[in-house]
Ligand binder design. Structure first.
Ligand SMILES: [Zn+2]
Length: 477
């Protein structure tokens, strides 16, 4: 009987608030070491914590997006342990009374629908950072100490590494869409820790849980989970069950393996008890309901709607809904532009995105507004300019912030759609190129391409291609 994997994910998310969880210190990234600190986040005697309302709101927003229930009353708890980056010698967290619980997220993994249950989303504070120098001494940096952290814990419902990857991808998109975190794993704003074990589906017997740390990308989680499932399977198959005990392992990226860090602590080791310096939290129901009511459309739903409403290929819909700003931009441009949505999608994902990337600018700060892009696309639709010239116009719009019509008029880029003018140019091109003209008359369809190319060259790409084709055929016929 094949053993089935049971994988759960614990994700820590730094909440994107201006100030820390229990004091007024700034959360600014990259500030001078130990400049964003005060007696509270340094754990000095006599200092008292005051909870950050925005951080609580962000957890409730997440709870709404993940179909969780928000507790009517909950408490913070002290998690006691000693480590230099934790100056109080305890972390304020939540233990048996989380702020929200019992949610779920539905995933589409390679065409298969999977529901992952969310056990809880609670609030705590981040620790500082230890920096170990080559000389052997260590430095401690407390700017991160006390930054609001949300912990989102799933039930062990994942059975493959692919499902874990899709969950983290969707969770990251959701956290960004609801505006609670940058969710950037490379900067440590989102950190995932899987637990992996195996169960015999017949007897229900399971191997001890292994927790994996030190994962700083979705890909690392994918590879580590895949490796760990295989490692445990092999240990069982080869009778090495003694290697399977409750433990914490770290992911060794360069060797592609997990390695033992320590035997796992149990929650008893942390001597949790209710935080005596904070009163229980009782979020007002009206406030909670208003947050639930304002929960925006989530990326997966928006992606499905884009396919349906705008008849976009799934690839386009996925790319556009990866950021709320990009999706908003696309939708606003579609409202103004009367032509096909696929045209808007092509220009947003293609030329506009490469201009933004080159300049290192976010879509929200794009010098070309969605109205501006829609105007440009309308001018192509109306045959005022060709698609080729429109690319240059877009670049100029991007560089100068000017409108398409202004640039086209000023630089005389309008398409030549005057029949008389085009006829004269076409007659000249035929006279100058008797060989290809004869080839076409003799039945070589391809030869007309060359002649049309000559017309476009003579008009610097401004001739209306449809009209050139039509007149050329008439003249040659
Ligand atoms: Zn502080």
């Amino acid at each position: 009987m094949a053993l089935e994997p049971l994988v759960g994910l614990e994700v820590h998310v730094q909440l994107d608030t201006d100030s820390k969880m229990f004091c007024a210190c700034s959360t600014q990234f990259g500030a001078d070491p130990n400049s964003n600190v005060c007696p509270t986040c340094l754990g000095l005697p006599g200092s008292l914590p005051v909870p950050n309302r925005t951080a609580i709101e962000y957890v409730i927003r997440t709870a709404a997006a993940l179909n969780c229930t928000v507790a009517e009353r909950c408490r913070f708890a002290r998690k006691n342990y000693f480590y230099p980056d934790l100056p109080k010698n305890f972390q304020i967290s939540q233990y048996d009374e989380p702020l929200s619980y019992d949610g779920h997220i539905d995933l589409d993994v390679d065409g298969e629908q999977v529901r992952i249950r969310i056990r809880r989303a609670h609030l705590e504070e981040d620790t500082g950072k230890n920096i170990h120098l080559p000389s052997g001494s260590s430095l401690v940096e407390y700017n991160r100490c006390g930054i609001p952290l949300m912990e989102v814990v799933t039930e062990p419902d994942f059975t493959t590494a692919e499902q874990c990857r899709e969950y983290l991808t969707q969770l990251r998109l959701i956290l960004r869409a609801i505006g609670v975190s940058t969710a950037n794993m490379e900067e440590g704003a989102m950190r995932a820790e899987p637990t992996v074990n195996l169960r015999d589906p017949e007897t229900g017997e399971a191997t001890p849980k292994v927790e994996i740390k030190n994962l700083n990308s979705i890909r690392a989680v994918f590879e580590a989970v895949q490796y760990e499932i295989e490692r445990q399977r092999r240990a069982v198959a080869e009778g090495r069950e003694n290697e399977l005990f409750q433990q914490t392992r770290r992911w060794d990226e360069s060797n592609g393996v997990t390695a033992l860090m320590r035997r796992k602590e149990t929650s008893d080791d942390y001597m949790y008890f209710p935080e005596p310096d904070l009163v229980p939290l009782e979020p007002e129901r009206e406030w909670v309901e208003s947050i639930y009511a304002s929960c925006p459309e989530l990326p997966a739903a928006r992606c499905a709607r884009f396919c349906e409403q705008y008849e976009l290929p799934e690839y386009d819909a996925r790319v556009l809904t990866e950021s709320r700003e990009l999706a908003d931009y696309f939708e606003e441009a579609c409202e103004v532009f009367a032509g096909p949505a696929k045209t808007v999608s092509n220009w947003v994902m293609g030329d506009l995105t490469s201009l933004l990337n080159e300049a290192g600018i976010e879509i929200s700060a794009s010098p070309v507004t969605c109205e501006g892009l829609a105007e440009l696309l309308t001018l192509i639709e109306e045959d005022v300019i060709s698609g080729k010239i429109a690319k240059d116009v877009l670049t100029k719009m991007f560089e100068t912030g000017r409108r398409a019509r202004e640039i086209i008029e000023e630089e005389g880029l309008e398409q030549i759609s005057d029949t008389g003018e085009l006829e004269a140019i076409i007659e000249q091109v035929i006279a100058d190129n008797p060989g290809p003209a004869d080839d076409f008359r003799a039945g070589k369809e391809k030869a007309i391409g060359f002649l049309i190319g000559q017309v476009m060259k003579a008009t610097k790409g401004q001739a209306n291609p449809g009209m050139v084709n039509e007149i050329m055929r008439e003249k040659l016929g």
